[in-house]
Design a protein around this ligand. Structure first.
Ligand code: PLP
Length: 458
C-alpha cells in the first residue's frame, strides 16, 4: 500500500475500513472526512455526490492550466503508446529534450540547461547538490551552508526541511536538520516600528550579508529564496530593490543565488519566471515544479547556466539522479503543459486577471474586518486574516479561524489553500490563486463566494 494518498472517502457507498484507513496522511485543515473527487474541468472539481467546487487555489497552487485539458491527455496517451519509461542511463528521450529546449527558450540567457525530477522538494535537493558539486569542482570545498529565510518553505524531504524556516514540523524534525543559517524574510505587513516596508526589506538584505560574514563567506554555498512567497509567507512579494541587493551581496561573497520558483514560476506571477520582472537580478539556479506539469503528473526541474553544467561535466556530470529523473511520460506531459501555457499566453492572463483579482480583494477588505492585508503578484495572491485590523492581531490558536473559514468555504463549494504559521507567530492567510485560465466572470464568482464565506464567519 502507498502511504502517500488520502483519507477515508465520504462518498455514500465507501466507508472507512475498520481500525481507520490503510493509507495515512497529514491532516488537512478541512474536515476529517473529505469528499471523494470524481472529475475536474477548467477551474472546477466535482465530488462523487455531484457537488461542484471552485478550485480557487489551483490545489496547492499547482494546476496552472486548469483541469481536464484535452491536449495534455492526448500527449500523455501518445507518449504511452510509444514508451512510458526508459532509463536515462541507457537512453535519451525526445520528450525530455523537447521540454528542456522549450524551458530554455522561455527561461532565457543564463538558464540554458534543465535537469528533471519529480517535484519541488526533489528540485530543492538537486539544486543544493548541484551548487555543492560546482563549488567542489572549483576548488571551494569549504562551501556547504545554504542560507534560507525565516519563514520559508522549500519542500518536505529532510534536506529541504533544513532550508525551510518555521516549517510546520520543525519541532519534530528540526533536530535532524537544524544546521543551516536563516535570514529574516522581508515581511511587508508587520514591520518593526520606525521602518517602512522598503527600509525593512533593505535591512533584511543587509542582515543576510551580516550572516554570511559571521558564518565565514568561504563556508557559504548558496542563498535560497522565493521571489514571491507561497504558503510559508502568504504570497510575500520580494521587491526588485531587495532582490537586487541580495544579488549584489551573493556576488560579492561568491554565494550562489537560488530562486525557488516552484510555486511562482511558469507564468503564475505574470511572466514565465518572476525573476523576469526584475532588472539585473539573474539567479544562478532556478527550481520549478507545480505549474510545470500542472498537476497532470509529478514533475520538477532545476535550471542552471550552460557554463555551470559544463564545469561539472568535466568531472563526469551531475552526481545525482532518481529512477524517475527525466521520465519520458512526465516530460511529454510537461511539453504539452508548456505549449498550453505559451499558446494561450497564460502568463499575460495571469498579470491581467491578477490585477482584477487584486481590485476585487481590496474591495472585500473594505467590507470585512478580518482581512488585514491583501498581497501577492499576478494570480498568486493571499488574504491575511486578523482578529483586529488596527492592531494586526492574529486570532488566538483556540479559535481555529483559518480552519473554520476553509470549512465554511468548502461547504459553499470554494476550495482555498491556507496556512496558520507556528503559534500564529507570523500570521495566518488564505491563498487566492486560481488556474491561470481564469476569466473575469470566474473571478467574480470566487470573490462572491469569499464574501459570503467571510460574512458567515463574522
Ligand atoms: N518550494 C516551494 C516554494 C513550494 O511552494 C513547494 C510546495 O509547496 C515546494 C518547494 C515543494 O514542492 P513539492 O511539494 O512538489 O515537493
Amino acid at each position: 500500500q502507498s502511504c502517500t494518498a488520502s483519507h477515508p472517502s465520504s462518498s455514500a457507498d465507501a466507508r472507512p475500513r475498520q481500525g481507520g484507513p490503510v493509507q495515512f496522511f497529514y491532516q488537512s485543515p478541512t474536515e476529517a472526512r473529505r469528499p471523494t473527487v470524481a472529475r475536474g474541468e477548467g477551474i472546477y472539481l466535482w465530488d462523487t455526490t455531484g457537488k461542484r467546487y471552485v478550485d480557487a487555489s489551483s490545489g496547492p497552487i499547482a494546476v496552472n492550466i486548469g483541469h481536464g485539458n484535452q491536449r495534455v491527455m492526448q500527449a500523455a496517451m501518445r507518449q504511452m503508446e510509444k514508451v512510458s519509461y526508459a532509463s536515462r542511463l541507457f537512453f535519451e528521450n525526445d520528450a525530455n529534450a523537447q521540454l528542456a529546449d522549450l524551458i530554455a527558450q522561455h527561461a532565457g540567457p543564463g538558464l540554458e540547461r534543465a535537469f528533471f525530477v519529480s517535484g519541488g522538494s526533489e528540485a530543492t535537493e538537486a539544486a543544493m547538490k548541484l551548487a555543492r558539486q560546482h563549488a567542489v569542482v572549483r576548488g571551494e570545498s569549504s562551501r556547504w551552508k545554504v542560507i534560507s529565510r525565516n519563514p520559508s518553505y522549500h519542500g518536505s524531504t529532510l534536506g529541504a526541511v533544513g532550508v525551510s524556516g518555521d516549517f510546520v514540523s520543525e519541532g519534530m524534525y528540526g533536530v535532524m536538520t537544524r544546521i543551516m543559517p536563516k535570514a529574516p524574510a522581508p515581511f511587508s505587513y508587520r514591520i518593526p516600528d520606525g521602518q517602512t516596508a522598503e527600509t525593512y526589506a533593505m535591512a533584511c538584505a543587509d542582515e543576510l550579508e551580516n550572516i554570511i560574514e559571521q558564518e565565514g563567506p568561504q563556508t557559504v554555498l548558496a542563498f535560497i529564496m522565493e521571489p514571491v512567497g507561497g504558503l510559508a509567507t502568504g504570497a510575500l512579494v520580494s521587491t526588485e530593490a531587495y532582490c537586487r541587493r541580495v544579488r549584489e551581496i551573493c556576488t560579492r561573497h561568491g554565494v550562489l543565488l537560488i530562486f525557488d520558483e516552484v510555486m511562482s514560476g511558469v507564468g503564475r506571477t505574470g511572466t514565465f519566471l518572476t525573476s523576469h520582472q526584475f532588472q539585473n537580478v539573474q539567479p544562478d539556479l532556478v527550481t520549478l515544479a507545480k505549474g510545470l506539469a500542472s498537476g497532470y503528473t509529478p514533475l520538477g526541474a532545476v535550471l542552471a547556466s550552460r557554463s555551470m553544467v559544463e564545469e561539472i561535466s568535466s568531472t563526469g556530470g551531475f552526481m545525482h539522479g532518481h529512477t524517475y529523473s527525466s521520465n519520458p511520460l512526465s516530460c511529454a506531459i510537461g511539453v504539452a503543459t508548456m505549449q498550453e501555457t505559451i499558446d494561450n499566453d497564460l502568463p499575460h492572463n495571469s498579470a491581467v486577471m491578477g490585477e482584477y483579482l487584486r481590485e476585487k480583494l481590496l474591495a472585500l477588505q473594505t467590507r470585512h474586518e478580518v482581512i488585514g492585508d491583501v498581497r501577492g503578484k499576478g494570480l498568486l495572491m493571499a488574504l491575511e486574516i486578523v482578529s483586529d485590523k488596527a492592531s494586526k492581531t492574529v486570532f488566538p490558536g483556540g479559535i481555529n479561524a483559518i480552519s473554520t473559514i476553509v470549512n465554511l468555504a468548502m461547504q459553499r463549494g470554494l476550495l482555498l489553500y491556507s496556512r496558520r504559521t507556528a503559534q500564529g507567530r507570523y500570521g495566518e492567510w488564505l491563498m487566492v490563486a486560481p488556474p491561470l485560465i481564469v476569466t473575469r466572470e470566474e473571478i467574480d464568482l470566487i470573490t462572491d463566494l469569499i464574501d459570503n464565506t467571510l460574512t458567515a464567519f463574522a
